[in-house]
Ligand binder design. Sequence first.
Ligand code: ATP
Length: 284
Amino acid sequence: MPGLVANQLIHAVAVLNIPPDLLQPRDIELRLEELGLHEHDLIYNIETSSTNIDVLQHYQASGRLSIAVCEKQTAGRGRRGRQWLSPHAQNIYCTIGLNLPVKAEQLGLLSIASGIALCRVIVEAGFDAVKLKWPNDLVFDDGLQKYKLGGILIESRPAGDGYFVAIGFGLNVHMTRIQLDAIAQPATSLDLISGRNIQRQSVLLAAISSVVDQFRLFSESSIDMLLDEFSRYDAYRNQQVCVLNGEDKITGLCTGIGRDGQLLVKTDQTMLTFSAAEISLRAG
Ligand code: ATP
């Protein structure tokens, strides 16, 4: 198969000859200064278990906020303990710790708000077909299929009048077709979509700024605007979907999300709402 051979060659060249596209922590520190995040510590690791764990442990041990980035995660996580593939110097792995004055019923919106902030950056970089798949996936939709491009993992702890929140995200930048084939669902990377070599550092800096700005503006009164923007990125808006809850399956029309971030699905009989904790969403 010529395609496969070509892919293997590209992979071999990437592994053997090209110096790895490493991050520059000093520039990330400067960006944190520019953003006014003077109280945040930067945690940069070549290899770590998970950037969410770094930020959560740092907070627990010191009471301090941090932003963690790394070149490789050895135990990158998705939802419900699923694995997030995080090879060395290929993708963006980042977690931003913030204290947010949010209410418990707003926690479900944090993943959506983060996803919108990341979509803005990716669209700005020229990738118009990026969408959000509720509740936590960034997907590239070529009109025929949705390919997973990134994911968000929010973990929170009550703190003061609100929550300490670890906003973790992974975004595939350089992963090759061969590396992506290890994932049990269609997936892609910015390099593969564009046919170019996208700079990890510049996308990372823009992503940090966008997420931080998003949460500076997040409040009860901004929710309507957020829901409106989500409707433009929603990968399944007005499409037939299948909602999976263990062995149970419900099909219906995806009509969006409520003010608490719950998924709204209209069946023949009624309008149903689903919380992200319980279910997975698929094409119907
Ligand atoms: P759900 O719809 O319930 O969120 P999901 O399969 O998207 O289901 P997540 O927890 O969001 O689950 O993400 C973890 C899954 O993502 C893994 O089980 C794997 O299939 C896929 N995955 C793992 N690493 C990557 C990666 N680097 N890029 C794209 N997809 C990945």
